[in-house]
Structures are given as structure tokens and as C-alpha cells.
Design a protein around this ligand. Sequence first.
Ligand SMILES: Cc1cc2nc3c(=O)[nH]c(=O)nc-3n(C[C@H](O)[C@H](O)[C@H](O)COP(=O)(O)OP(=O)(O)OC[C@H]3O[C@@H](n4cnc5c(N)ncnc54)[C@H](O)[C@@H]3O)c2cc1C
Ligand code: FES
Ligand code: FES
Length: 1415
Amino acid sequence: MARERERERERKRDLKMERREEKEKLVFAVNGERLELSRIEDSSITLLEFLRTKTHYTGAKLGCGEGGCGACVVLLSKYDPIKDQVEEFTVNSCLALLCSINGCSITTTEGLGNSKDGFHSIHQRFSGFHASQCGFCTPGMCMSLFSALVNAEKTERPAPADGFSKITASEAEKAIAGNLCRCTGYRPIADVCKSFAADVDMEDLGLNSFWRKGENADVNANGLPFYSRGGIRTFPEFLKNEIKASMNGFTDSPMKNPSDFMCTKLQVPGNWYSPVSVEELHNLLKSEVAENGNQVKLVVGNTSAGIYREAVKYDKYIDLRHIPELSVIRRDNTGIEIGAALSISKAIKALREERESLPRSNERLVFMKIADHMNKIASQNIRNTASLGGNIIMAQRKAFPSDMATILLAASSSLNIHTGSEAVLLTLEDFLQRPPCDPKTLLLSIQIPSWNSIRNSSSETKLLFETYRASPRPLGNAVAYVNAAFLATVSTQEMSESFVLENLRLVFGAYGTKHAIRASKVEEFLSGKSVTPAVLLEAIRILRATIVPAEGTSHAAYRSSLAVGFLFDFLRPFVKAPMGPENDLWMRISNVVDSTKIQNGGLNGYSNVLADESSENGHLSYRKDHPERPVPLLSAKQVIEISKEHHPVGEPTKKVGAEIQASGEAVYVDDIPAPKDCLYGALIYSTRPLARVKGIGFKSTSASERIIKVISVKDIPRGGVNIGSMSMFGEEPLFADDLTEFAGQPLGFVIAETQRYANMAAQQATVDYDTENLEPPILTVEEAVERSSFFEVPPMLSPKTVGDFSKGMAEAEQKILSAKIELGSQYYFYMETQTTLAVPDEDNCMVVYTSTQCPEIAHRVIAKCLGIPDHNVRVITRRVGGGFGGKALRGLAVMAACALAAYKLRRPVRTYLDRKTDMIITGGRHPMKINYSVGFNSDGKVTALHTDILLNAGITEDISPIMPSNIVGALKKYNWGALSFDIKICKTNHSSKSAMRAPGELQGAYIAEVVIEHVASVLSMEPDLVRKRNLHSFESLQLFHESSAGEPAEYTLPSIMDKLAASASFHHRTELIKQFNGCNKWRKRGISRVPIVYGVRLRPTPGKVSILNDGSIVVEVGGIELGQGLWTKVKQVTAFALAQLLSDGNQALLERVRVIQCDTLSLVQGGWTAGSTTSESSGEAVRVACNILVERLTPLKERLQEQMGAVSWDTLILQANLQAVNLSAHTLWDPDYSSMQYLNYGAAVSEVEIDLLTGATTILRTDLIYDCGQSLNPAVDLGQIEGSFVQGIGFFMLEEYLSNSDGLVVSDGTWTYKVPTIDTIPKEFNVEILNSGHHKKRLLSSKASGEPPLLLAASIHCATRQAIKEARKELLATNSYDHPSLTFQMKVPATMPVVKELCGLDNVERYLETMISHQ
Ligand SMILES: Cc1cc2nc3c(=O)[nH]c(=O)nc-3n(C[C@H](O)[C@H](O)[C@H](O)COP(=O)(O)OP(=O)(O)OC[C@H]3O[C@@H](n4cnc5c(N)ncnc54)[C@H](O)[C@@H]3O)c2cc1C
Ligand code: FES
Ligand code: FES
């Protein structure tokens, strides 16, 4: 009997399995192509991994894997068969799980258009507006924009003119707020976006290849590539039909999503479960699914994987999205209930829809504020899939610094929760205070009350609700330092002029607390009170004692001061004292209650007051923007001169390959299809600065079971060397041998079947360290000095002092002695991390495809590591997804590790570093400590400057010995009278620091500005006057820059300074700013004009030009296309130079030139792509090669001309082939010593506004003039200027590249490292390229543009200092004992905490104390 029952059970189980297998299918579409998967081995595969490894689509890129960069963005479309409607939104495919897209359609940038069938107008406009440089971000940008356009079409707005979208210009700009670009500086991308908007003023669009400035608006509109609304079908018919078919029998079902229908019919294969009821879910959780130690994850959007990097591989996933209770939107007069699985975007929409249908009511106010705040959570792409429930569960279970919990708690929300055994209704407050909930707890929905029971008439009681967040990016995409939400009622006190607060809910979160909390003591204290300055001050004191960040929280004091600022801002209108300009209290309250009057507290790093300059009539004024009118993020002007002299050189032609970059067809290393039997590697690195490595083990997990091999120093072949980098100064090991010498040093290379398994396994590594009898590591420059741990600077690289410092000091009327500043590091943040594919070839050879700035050095390192001759190695680099110096020496170890693994295993091996590893191992910019003494006269003229600089170089020399000359070169931008210095390159137990865009020059130029500002401050002079006073004359320039000063006419800096003062209305605006500062208490402005002098050096460079049989031309250069437009300029130069053979112009020739990838066996001695001069020297090399060809072909051309008259290019080449003329010319161009160094000049004026309550800085406007000599391509140079300036904003204002006490980098992802986004660049950005053209020794008179403009971003730091000074002047007026000085040092980057600290962390309290004392 028992056996029979057992058999019956088995039979039923088998039947169930069979049925399941029949139904197990994942059906979806990618770019209209049907895909059906009946086997998914691993349900943790993301959509991105699937697209990139299992399809031929490469448009979606991996930039971070954290949801923080937008490179992976694709469009996801869902079909609703009942409404016959398609819903479209973007998702971060790096987080979306493949199994979650059953029944959906995916559109990648390839789905919009391509080179064969025609590009989409988005692709064409990215190219035509010069908005794609390295191109790695471009596909993601295209998809974010495309989604915004598609969704704008669904609005009720009137149909726009042909070729335009219904989108508004302001919406269009914001479409890419969740996408990072490290190259362009965003301005041209914003222009692309705005070009689709029907309300755009065509005149406001920037430089492009569709029309020239001055052409009329109609011409402009017609010139744009046509946008056909609805031109792309994002959801294919076949899938609609399948969904309709699968729906049979479910017509009355409450299910709404297409995948709901699909999932009832089809089950997703693998370990993916889609229950359609709470009961089914709990049965699943009770069943074997969750047994046997299975790692089970309840999942909705899976965006939490971007925050908590999953080292654990989940065995099973349970998708919550198909349970109807979790998707409800229910409203009645008590409030609204929102299902926990609803995305944040949908919740926002629901709240706004409700709001719009409501009259003026409390509910309207509360819902609107919540929706507006939610709109700043993460990015649009994340919000589209991130659920409310997921957020709240993370806040409760993992102490996640949630915004959602804060705002919902303030609104007194409740949660419907299923604990596994029962359904309960809990207040959010209760839920947050409970111990972390278990994995079986299910959050069903969230209820937000309407608050309508509180009366809101004009004479009795009003409800107040406001939310706040302070974060480095105003539009979101950055977690808040502190968030807050406040609710209160306010009523008139009879017979009194004051107001009384009741029902307070003051909630604060994200400040270093386990979860959002109510400041109950403050609530109690304020309750029933009328707010006077004294009451407010006392409330703030109580608040200070409440908001105490947990130990170890960064910027703890800043965070609690933010909380004070928020409360102050909330209560300010109700203080019974004349604190504000308006005296009618009810009016003040009405303004607060009326949602259209204020913008999210006005505190979110945003200012709604913008400079409004009407430069035409010369009148300047400041206007208060109407909040109802959307404030554009950006306006800009570009002034360029186009020279026809060397046509097509000098033309602003489009960047080569920009369209294919946009359409995703451009091939980067990781886009090369994996060869057969390819394996994948991930680096294991040390977390200790100095320790013996006794052994490497792995935690036993399913990921570590997948390890195929761990490559280490032991695998270096006989004859090979443990080498991971080399420079002219020394070598660096590939792997630590027995001793690890810095945190971040590679210890081994884990090999697995996929990149994800390799990465996960590497994370499971456990290293056994031993530090017994070892000296302590050297972690600071001071320790290096103490232990004399230095690298030598070869005498030929030592910079020269100028004049006699002691004499200069003796002559000075005043002195500053031993002032100190400190500069931190900066990470490259190229969008494409280090990547390599190594393929073993016959006869002991190795072909290496890699993303490098110096293939020649990579070649040598790999050959030396493997112990094989150089001719056995071939390194190929086509394009690089951003380098900025980080893909020169710092990437070599990755290439060597890959080649070593491939050599050892005799199989192709590739790697694509995850962002965290990349950030930890690659080093970055040199941090330094500077001490200066300066002598000066009372008129501001400096007579002598001495600096002592301690440079933290890390463990090896890398390029550090060139740093002193770079620093001093840029420091010499002013005439210091006499200049001396002592620069020590400290060897420390940190990762080696290397060249990063403008290495040393950036710091040198900044030090110069600090000195100038310090002198100005001591003398109480305008810094601009001191700058002018110390600007070089040509004579002093020659003294300071002996070999590079050039001719007097080339020294354009003084005229640039004057020109800029006029074009930027510098002096007039300085006056206006004084007025502004005089009438604004909590916002201050500053302005600054900064010059640069930047020396560059040309290097020997090869070039090869070959003309093929059909007359097409192929060009090889040593330089690499990094996005800087090298190929474009080289192409133009080739066309120009070969045109000597033509009598009928050269435009057609331009189209026939192709610059091809760098191949170290085809073109040797390629050198480096660095130092801003590679385009120029590659161009010169190509010109010389072309001249050789011209010389060879001219006799033939003349003979033919005599015979036939005019000779076409095709005829000439055909005849040359027949007559055996050598049609390939190769040269190594070696610059002439007398002209190999030269100086570049430019200047910038920046104006900023700071918020004294939050420390937020808004860059209101930047004007910049840069001398490009005679620009080879003004569009390309403009891109370099704007892009590098914005990278400079990152250095000066945002990017904190921090390490722990062991030197291990802790700013290791997009979560903690904030590069500029579109909302952090200047709101008005005007750039002029000066074609000074006095440079006969340069390639066609051109000058460099890649690095120097980065230095000009110091103008923003200096302007911020001016604004802070104004704030400090006011603090001086308070009755405090602790008066701030007007001379102060300001850290770099000047982040929000830095600015706020300098403005006074207690400025609110001081202000209130002053008020009280004056009463
Ligand atoms: C780049 C980025 C930036 C962000 N910025 C912010 C920010 O500024 N402010 C902010 O508040 N948030 C921010 N977030 C967090 C984001 O809002 C959450 O990641 C998201 O809401 C989680 O929802 P999800 O559906 O993706 O959850 P999932 O990742 O699917 O799940 C998260 C966790 O919750 C569990 N879970 C999910 N739903 C339920 C449920 N109904 N019942 C029980 N358990 C459940 C899951 O098992 C899992 O443990 C950011 C996230 C990212 C990736
Ligand atoms: S790769 Fe997906 S957001 Fe960066
Ligand atoms: S073009 Fe945007 S990251 Fe390079």
C-alpha cells in the first residue's frame, strides 16, 4: 500500500514536471525579432548579459552594472491586450533580470536604425550636433531620448509641426538626466534632445552640421534629419497576437500586464516563479522551492542589485509582479492605496492623476509633494522598474537611506503586510521600528491618508506639507545626505497676530540612521506653540540632540546642520517676527500651501533665480523665474571661426563614426564576438597595504565552484617576467609575489566560463595575510618624508627656478609664510572600463585586442611577461570608450593578465573589469600637499613665491617623475617675480598614481589661483585685480617659459582676458552680484575670471597612407581614437594634403579616406596617445606621408595631363597601379626641437550661487575663450574644450576619490563617486574658440585642445570662494564669539559639505540668536 502511494506520488510529480516543461518558455522580442527560450540555466542572468552574450546586439553597453550610468538603457514595451495599448519605458538592462521580460518587447539602439537600412534621426542628430565623442554612452542616451519622445506622443498636446515631437524642450533635456557622459560635457547632447521639441527656438541650438548660424529658422528646421513620429514599431504584431491568444479564458481577469497573461500560460523556465496570488506565493515559500538551503529572492524590479552587489548567486526567484493585490491603485475619501509592486514611476503618475482631479485640498498638496519628491529618487530609468515595496523593504531590512520611507512616514502612511500566516495593517512607523523583517514577509500595499479631515479654510486651520533632500545632483540620481518631510497644521490664535502649530510630523532620514525617524521631541515642543525666533531656536537645539548620525557616518556634522536648515526653512514663514519680506502671514501660508508657488522647498540644490542677461541692449538684470514655466537646464552659445585656407582642414566636420557609435554598430573590445572556447577572467586584489600573502582561498559558494583556474605569479612562463607595467622610469609587477605592497594590488586572476561567474568568484576570494616582522606601511607623504621614501627626478626633467626667491621676499612689502593646501585624487571614470581579449595564435603567438592608449607599450609588456619575442605579439586597438590617461600605463596589468591566462590555458581569455575593481586598482590623479610662502606689495604685485610640494606617487614611479615639470609649468602662468620650489615624489604603499588629463598642470594652475586669492584676501583687494597685476608681459613670459614662449604675437592671453571681460560683461555682473548679495540672506553669488597658460610637447609619431586600387585611401597612425576626434582630424589632413594632386577641390577625397585601427605589427613605434598633441602630430606624420605620395604621383599626373587634359583621381590611381608606382608611404615624423614645445592660452569667467542652508552650488554661467591657433576642426575642438571643462568641474566641485586607512579605495562605484551630470554643469555655457593663427611651426597653425581647458574649471572653485566670503561677512555680523576669517582655504572638491562648513554649520542658530538679541 505504502509503495503504491509512493509510486502514485512519483507519477504525479513526473506529470507535473512534464506539464511544466511543456509550458516552460520565455517568449519575448528584441528589435522585432522573436526569441523563445525553453532553457535558462541560471535565472540570475540580466537582460544586459543576455543581449551582449547571446545575441548579436551590442548597443546596450555595460558601464557600471549598478543602475548609475545609463549606458545599458533599453526600451521595454508591454502590450495591454484589453486596451490594445502599448506601454513603453526605459530600463537599466544591467539590473533587469532576463526572466522578468516574458511577453515584452525590447528595443535597443540598433532597433531604431543602422548604417545599412538608414539611421534614425536620433542617431543622425547625435552625429550632426557633435554629441558623441568616445561614443560609449551614446546608445544609452539615444534610448533615453527615444523613450521620452515616444511617451510625449501619448500626451494630449496638439500635434506639432512636421518633423518635431510633442516633447517640450525642458522635458527633452531632462530625458538624459540618468545617463552619464564623461566626454562631451553634455551641452551638445542637450541640443540633440531639444532639437526634437516643438517649442524650441532653433536659434538656441548649438553648433551643428545641419545649418550655419545666421540661416533663418525655416532653413534650420528643414536642415534637421526628419523625425517621423511613431516611425518605429516597438511592439511587434506577432507578439501581440500571441498575447491575445494566451488571454483566452482570462478576459475578466484582474491581471493587467501582458506578462500576466503569458505567465499563466507559459512558465518562465529555470528557477523563476511567477505566482498570481498571495496564497500561491506562500505555498511556494513553504514548498521545496525554499527548502534545501536554496537562496530564494522575492523580486520586483531587482534594482536593489545595483546597490547591494550580489556576491551570492540566488538559486530561485519569485516574481511578485503578477499578484493582483500588489498592483492595486485604489482611492476613496480616506486616501490612496498603492500596490507594493507598482513602480515608482507609476506611483508618481497615480498620485499626480489623483491630484489633478482634485480641487484645492490637503490631499492634493500631500500627493503632489510626495510625487515631486519621488521624481528625484534615482533616475527615470530606475524609477520605471523600481517598486515602492522594494524600497520600503530595503529601508526596513537593510537600513537603506530611503527617500520613500521618509516622505511616506511624514504623510502617516500604513502598510498592508502578509507575514506568512496573517494579513496585518501596520503603520509605517511601527514597521520601521521592528527588527528586520524575515524573507517571508510580504508587503502588499501602502496606504497614504488624504488628510482631508483637517479643515483647510482660509480662516481656521491649514495643513502644511513639505519635503526636502540635499544631494549632489539636483535632479536625483544621487542618494541624499539627508532627506526630510514635514507635516503640520497651522491655525490662527484668537486675538493674536500669530499662528499655532499642531499635528506635527517632522521626519528625517538618510543622515546616518537605521531608518527614517520622527523628531518626536521637537514635535512635542512645537505643538501648540506660536513660532517665535526663541521657540525656533529651542526647537533646533532639541533637533540637534535628535539628529545624531551613527558613528562612522561621513560628514556627520554637515548632515545634522542640514536637518536644522530644513526645519528652519519649513518654519521660517510662520515666525512671529519680520523675518521675511512679506508681512501678511496668511498670505505667506497661502503661498506655502499653494503648490504652484514653491519648488520642493527650493532647497534641493536648485535655485529658481537665474541670471537673465539681455546683452543686446546692454542691460543686465536678475529675474525671478516663474516656477510654472519650466526652467531650462541649459542655454549656450558657441563662437567659432571657420577657416577655408586649408580646406577641408578647419571645417567643423562631423566626427568620424559618430552615427555608428549612436546606432550601436561601432565595435569596442567587449563587442568583439567571443571566440570559440573563450574563458573570462577577473582580478583578485589585495586589501592590505603591506603584508605577506600566505595563501588565497575561496568561500564555498556556487560561484566559486565555477572557477576553472586561478592565474598567479606562479604561472609566468620560464623566460617570462612578472611585469604588469613599464615606463621610461621603471617597471611594475603584474601580481604580488609573496608580498603585497598596496591595497588594490592584483594577486591573481580568476578564470571562469562567464564574466559574471569570474567576477562573483573573485569576490569570494579570502586572502590569508601575515604582517609579522614587517615594517609598517607608508601611507602618508609625511611618513614617506620621515623614512626618506622618494623617487628620483632625472635632472633633465627637473623644472627650472626663476630669479632669486630670497631677494624677491626681501623686496616684498607683505608676506604670507607657510600656508598649506591639500589636493586629493580623481578617478578617470571612462565609461568603458579596462578590457582585453587575448587570443592565442599559431607558433606561440598572441593576438591581443585591447582598449589602450599605448598599444606599443602594451605590446612590449605582454611579450616580456610571456617571455616571447616582440614579433610573436600583436596588439590591436580600434577605439577606446574613454581614456583620460587611465588607459595608458594603468591598464597594462589587465592586458598582461589576460594574455598570460590565454598563454597558459591555450584558450582565448577576455576580461572586462567590473567598475569596482577598476576603481580600486587603477590609481588615478596624484594627491599632494602643498606649502607656500609668498611675498607681495600692497598693490598686489607678487615679488616671490616658493612652494614645497609632497606628491603621493604610490608604489612605483609610473610617470610621476614628469609631474614636477608639469606642475611648475602651469604654476608659471603668472609672473611671480621670483619662483622657487621643492617637489618631492613620495613612494608610498598606495596604488601607483598616473597621468590623468592635465596631470600636474591641473594642480599647478590651481595652486597659482590659491596664491592669488590669498594675496587678494590679505590685501582686501578684488582677486581679479591681483590676477591682472601679475599677468605676464611677453618679456616675463619668456623668462618663465624659456623654450616655449614663441613669438610676441603668439602671446594672446592679455587680449583674451580683455575680450572675455567684455563678452561676459564681467565688470557689470560683478556689480550686480554685489546688489544680489546685499538683498539675499540665504543665497550668495560669486564671480571669477581665471587665465591659463599651458605648455605642451610634440613627440615623434608614425603615419602611413596607402591608396588602394579603387582610389580609396587607408590611413594608419600611432594615435588611438579615444573620442577626441583624432581620426576626423587625420582624415581632413589627408584629404587636404592629397588634394595637391587634384585641380577640382577635395571634398570628394574626404569621403574616400578611412583611418583604421591601430595594429602594432602593421605600424611600429606608435608611442602614446597622451598630452593633447597626438592628433596634431599624427596629422603631421600623415601630411608628410601624403607629401611623399604626392611627390611620387606628380610626374605621372603631369604626363597624364599632357596626354588627356584634366586627370581625375580614379584615372590617376589606375594608371599609377599599372605603372607600378608605390602607393603606400610610411613615415616617422620627428618634431623639430625648436618648435616641439609651445604654450596654449585661454580664460574663463564663471558665476555661481551657493545655498547657505545646504551648501549646494549652482553654476549659473560660464564664459570661456580658448585659443586654438587655427583649429583643425572647430567642432571637435569645441567638444574637447567643453568636455574637459566639465571634467574639471568634477575635480573641483564633485568627485571625492576616497580610500580607507589602509589605502583601499572606498569610492568604488557610481553610488559613491559622483561625476558631473547634465544638471550640475553651467546653466549658461558660452564658449568661443579663438583662431589666432600665428603659429607657422604648428600643423597648419593649429594648437592643442584636449587638456588645457580643464584647468579653467578652477574659475568655478574661485567663484564659489567669493560667494562663501560674502556668506562669512554676514556671519561676522552675528554676535558670536567665534568669528570666521575672510581668509580661508577651501578644499577640493568643494562639495556641499565643504561649502556649508565654510558658511557656518551653525549659521541658522547664529542668525536666530542675533534676531533674538535685537528684539
Ligand atoms: C542607482 C540607484 C539609485 C537609487 N537612488 C535612490 C534614492 O535616491 N532614494 C531612494 O529612496 N531610493 C533610491 N534607490 C533605491 C530604489 O528605489 C530601490 O532599489 C527600489 O525601489 C527597489 O525596488 P525593486 O522593485 O527594484 O526591488 P527589488 O530589488 O526587486 O527588491 C528589493 C528587496 O525587497 C524585497 N521585496 C521587494 N518587494 C517586496 C514586497 N512587496 N514584499 C516583500 N519583499 C519585497 C526583495 O526580496 C529584495 O530583498 C536607488 C536605486 C538605484 C539602483
Ligand atoms: S551599466 Fe547599467 S546603469 Fe550603468
Ligand atoms: S561620448 Fe559620452 S562617455 Fe564618451
